[in-house]
Design a protein around this ligand. Structure first.
Ligand SMILES: Cc1ncc(COP(=O)(O)O)c(C=O)c1O
Length: 385
């Protein structure tokens, strides 16, 4: 069944975080990770059905919600879990903060590799934990972990390693081997491994395959929290529903304890949307991937042919492109491109080494992407001597 990713309703004045940022200004928003596509029809139908019920009381995850996640992980990733391992939350950002609170005491260390999704830098700090940020390395157009640097940075009071898999913003799909190295490092230093896999169903590469970190084996599973949601893939972040899979009973109890008073009942529509997306969204997801691939290829070609000196390292997953604009020599890249009519995420919010980069969200109709790139070209050409 063909789905239409090219025509979308106007999102202005709908309370959209992405679009309202530039209300009243002619700026195309290609920043926050939220796509300008309608959700799959079965999701819309499930939400309408839930709305028609008319009673919106406190809602708890039922057997169907749990069974749907169990079935989804088995089907997509061959990962077998038990329903009682699932802990729901309003989003993965609160779950990240809760994990910092649960597994590290105040002042103890939480490690993360940069550049990375900004809340992974701020949540540990907001919780009063010590952030240990270690840069990834870029060699021969390939990002990877810098093991000597990680070994040097880890301290005896480091307790948690936050993994972003696939990695936002560099778009890497970590191989089984790399994930094994992460797991080994965590075992060696006795770290809880928080594996944020929210982008797992957005692999664009033909060859790369996502592996659920915890599925590597029982020892890895016993120290790992798998954090996921249907929200990125099926474009439902506004439904505020995510889940953590925690196999180890002690880790799970500590997480639930740390969440007391912070996470209460989740949005009733969140469960309805998640269930419908995982049960019936796959045909839509496949077409989404094809559309995003074509957008990514269009973006690659455009950057190469018309946006020099901007550069783009090939990416394997997500709809977020990490563009190297260092050669442009512009201090405030966000303002530079906003002045040209395009709203991008400034690289500096992803960590110190993100300075000089911008992140562009190409989860939008091709026409929007093309118009944004033409505007960027004008700005870049105007900058050239
Ligand atoms: C890696 C990663 N984790 C979590 C989130 C957001 O999670 P939530 O909206 O469930 O809080 C994002 C959003 O872009 C993300 O990229």
């Amino acid at each position: 069944m063909p789905f239409d990713f090219s025509t979308v309703p106007d999102r202005r004045n709908t309370g959209s975080l992405k679009w309202d940022k530039y209300a009243g200004r002619d700026i195309l928003p290609l920043w926050v990770a939220d796509m300008d596509f309608l959700s799959p029809p079965p999701v819309m139908e499930a939400l309408c059905a839930r709305a028609e019920h008319g009673i919106y009381g406190y809602t708890v995850p039922n057997d169907e919600a749990r069974a749907t996640v169990v079935e989804y992980l088995q089907r997509q990733y061959g990962y077998a879990i038990k329903p009682e391992w699932i802990v729901w939350s309003h989003g993965l950002v609160p779950a990240l903060s809760i994990a910092c609170r649960a597994y590290a005491k105040e002042g103890e260390g939480v490690m993360v590799c940069t550049p990375v999704y900004p809340p992974m830098l701020s949540c540990p700090v907001n919780m009063g934990r010590k952030l240990i940020a270690v840069p990834l390395k870029l060699e021969n157009e390939q990002w990877s972990f810098d093991w000597p640097a990680l070994e040097k940075a880890v301290t005896p009071d480091t307790r948690v390693f936050i993994l972003c898999s696939p990695h936002n913003p560099i778009g890497r799909v970590w191989s089984r081997e790399e994930l094994g190295q992460v797991a080994q490092f965590c075992a060696k230093h006795n770290l809880v491994l928080v594996s944020d896999e929210i982008h797992c169903d957005l692999v664009l590469d033909d060859i790369a395959k996502h592996t659920v970190t915890a599925s590597l084996g029982p020892e890895v599973e016993a120290r790992t929290l798998t954090q996921m949601a249907a929200s990125k893939t099926y474009n439902l972040p506004g439904l505020a529903c995510a889940f953590s899979v925690i196999a180890d009973q002690k880790l799970r109890s500590a997480f639930v304890q740390a969440a007391q008073g912070l996470v209460t009942e989740i949005n009733a529509f969140g469960y309805a949307g998640t269930i419908a997306a995982f049960q019936h969204g796959e045909p839509w997801r496949r077409e989404l991937i094809a559309y995003l691939r074509a957008n990514r290829d269009f973006l690659y070609e455009f950057v190469k042919a018309r946006l020099a000196p901007l550069k783009l390292v090939p990416m394997q997953a997500t709809y977020l492109a990490w563009i190297d604009a260092r050669a442009l020599g512009v201090d405030n890249l966000q303002k530079f491109f906003e002045d040209a009519g395009v709203g991008l995420s400034p690289g500096s919010i992803f960590g110190e080494e993100g300075r000089g980069y911008v992140r562009l969200n190409f989860g939008c109709p091709r026409a929007t992407l093309e118009e944004a790139l033409v505007r960027m070209e004008r700005a870049v050409k105007g900058k050239r001597p």
